[in-house]
Ligand binder design. Structure first.
Ligand code: HEM
Length: 144
């Protein structure tokens, strides 16, 4: 459950990152590949382009935190595509940790405990929805 205050904290802190998303994306992948090295071989595209796509999606979700039902179909489709990219359920925790660490490194004093907890909550909602969608796909029996 994300409170209105938490939504505000996530949106305000993300606004501070927006001018430096290229740097944030590079930092995010650097940290992800340390936390979960087995994710690195799954990426085949240009990483700058990939970072742009990631932050564009995050911006959409952050913007819609007060009406998540609007973006859940987007998150569900994204999660289903991620199964084909080779993303595993355990990787969602690694992505969450890399994201929080990146925000902490970039925002410094602007990323206080309350803001970090708010991000944890928001990422939990998004990743929870994506994991549920991914599990539903994986659990589907193979068609004869
Ligand atoms: C909140 C979580 C995540 C978000 C918002 C996100 C976002 C995205 C976006 C927007 C793309 C571009 C392609 C597309 O739209 O289908 C993408 C691709 C990709 N993502 Fe994620 N992602 C997330 C979690 C993960 C996780 C947990 C993994 C696990 C390793 C992962 C690995 C990949 C890979 C391998 C690609 C394809 C790269 C390529 O084409 O070379 N992502 N992601």
């Amino acid at each position: 459950m994300t409170t209105l205050r938490q939504i505000e904290l996530v949106q305000d802190s993300f606004a501070l990152v927006l001018p430096v998303t290229a740097q944030a994306a590079a930092e995010f992948y650097r940290r992800l590949f340390i936390i979960a090295p087995d994710t690195k071989p799954l990426f085949h595209s240009d990483m700058e382009e990939q970072g742009r796509k990631l932050f564009l999606t995050l911006a959409t979700v952050v913007d819609a935190l007060d009406r998540l039902e609007d973006v859940l179909p987007v998150a569900t489709d994204l999660a289903v595509r991620h199964v084909t990219y080779g993303a595993k359920i355990r990787h969602y925790d690694a992505v969450g940790t890399a994201l929080i660490e990146t925000l902490r490194a970039l925002l410094g004093v602007h990323f206080d405990e309350e803001t970090e907890a708010a991000w944890g909550c928001a990422y939990g909602l998004l990743s929870g929805a994506m994991i549920a969608a991914a599990e539903a796909v994986v659990a589907q029996p193979v068609q004869a």
